[in-house]
Write a protein that binds this ligand. Structure first.
Ligand code: FAD
Length: 380
């Protein structure tokens, strides 16, 4: 067993760290205030290969492994979790979904563009009445011979307003339950496909979250992904890898807050000494360091499982469950260590605390991760 990173991994991590410090940090508070994320920054992440990290270079990707992916995600998330969720959705859900299950034509037409960041992808599973219970899809896709007609509403869609390529899950045959669900590629601008207003969120405010409407949207048959009835399996397989991305996002948020708290505690004085010399603060730092390192081990194990070709359903669920809990708890501690300064935007930790919460909700809530893990534990 070897816990050390390779030289290549260290280079990749440092490149992501450098990008986060020089490009993401300067405008992060402003983007959180205005709920915006400039196209220019997405293009720069594409130029660095961050939008198609694990995709085969023959489809425009960087050809890196899952360990590289989580290292990049952690570094981006330390500074800007809004940037990292765009990266995570594009990589884990859209690029992976197309590369693993798409036809050669779909890969050439769509993957080559989303893997380079020339275009952006969105993954559309959730609905007003189908969140955790994703089998209750109300969006329908009716088979009309050479095309499908999609009707329905998707909500909470990350990259919803800015994407070019949307992977949309819909019910094609209600009688067949989850085996009657399919996934489709829908292009922005297809008649009948409308993008609703942006959500005003607690955290990851720079990211773009929208409700989408489908009114008689015609999608050619060649845009269905996989065999008829593969859609639910497609969503579950894709989300399993997505959880590695969100787990590393949670890890980055926690680690970013910890680094700020540690630095602050060595500078701020109270009762004649730096506050890190008060045992109550020192013990908080010890707990933070320990729990973040434990989360990192789970995240790395899940990524390693993926790289080895092992089943990673359990390890990704455990990594997400634990890392998101650590992110929530330790960002609260980071605010506490900052005292009053923790409560204002300038010191960044309040934003990280707000950003942490979403990691316990999307791509399967913590309760859903426990269902996945408990089923695995009982089955094995
Ligand atoms: C900012 C943001 C971005 C998102 N991005 C996307 C995206 O890009 N694509 C997409 O498809 N979706 C996206 N989502 C949706 C997200 O995945 C869902 O919100 C999430 O899966 C929970 O679904 P829900 O909101 O309907 O909650 P519900 O399913 O209604 O759950 C409510 C509560 O009940 C609990 N619960 C539900 N069922 C059970 C059970 N069986 N046992 C125990 N507890 C249970 C849940 O854990 C939760 O605490 C996003 C959401 C947000 C907020």
């Amino acid at each position: 067993m070897d816990f050390s990173l390779t030289e290549e991994h260290i280079m990749i991590r440092d490149a992501a760290r450098d990008f986060a410090q020089t490009e993401l940090l300067p405008g992060v508070i402003e983007r959180d205030n205005t709920q915006t994320f400039p196209k220019e920054l997405v293009r720069k992440m594409g130029d660095l290969g961050f939008m198609g990290i694990m995709v085969d270079p023959k489809y425009g990707g960087s050809g890196m492994d899952a360990i590289s992916y989580v290292l990049i995600m952690e570094e981006l998330s330390k500074i800007d979790a809004s940037a990292s969720v765009m990266v995570s959705v594009n990589n884990s859900l859209v690029c992976y979904g197309l590369e693993a299950f798409g036809t050669e034509e779909q890969k050439q037409k769509y993957l080559t563009k989303v893997a380079t960041g020339e275009q952006i992808g969105a993954f559309c599973l959730s609905e007003p009445e189908a969140g955790s219970d994703a089998t209750s899809q109300k969006t329908t896709a009716i088979d009309k011979g050479d095309h499908y007609v999609i009707n329905g509403t998707k909500n909470w869609i990350t990259n919803g307003g800015r994407a070019d390529v949307y992977l949309v899950i819909a019910q094609t045959d209600k009688e067949k339950g989850h085996k009657g669900i399919n996934a489709f590629i829908v292009e922005k601008g297809t008649p009948g496909f409308d993008i609703g207003p942006k959500e005003d969120k607690l955290g990851i405010r720079g990211s773009d979250t929208h409700t989408l409407q489908f009114n008689d949207v015609k999608v050619p048959k060649e845009n269905r992904i996989g065999e008829d009835g593969f859609g639910f399996k497609f969503a579950m397989k894709t989300l399993s890898g997505g959880r590695i991305g969100i787990a590393s996002q949670a890890l980055g948020i926690a680690a970013g807050a910890y680094e700020l708290a540690l630095k602050y505690s060595k500078e701020r004085k109270a009762f004649g000494t730096e506050i890190c010399n008060h045992q109550a603060i020192a013990f908080k730092l010890a707990d933070m360091h320990t729990e973040i390192e434990a989360a990192r081990m789970l995240v790395m194990k899940a990524a390693w499982d993926k790289d080895q070709g092992n089943n990673y359903d359990m390890s990704s669920a455990m990594a997400k469950l634990y890392a998101s809990k650590v992110a929530m708890e330790q960002t609260v501690e980071a605010v506490q260590i900052h005292g009053g300064n923790g409560f204002v935007k300038e010191y960044h930790v309040e934003r990280l605390m707000r950003d942490a919460k979403i990691t316990q909700i999307y791509e399967g809530t913590s309760e859903i991760q426990k269902i996945v893990i408990s089923r695995g534990v009982i089955r094995d």
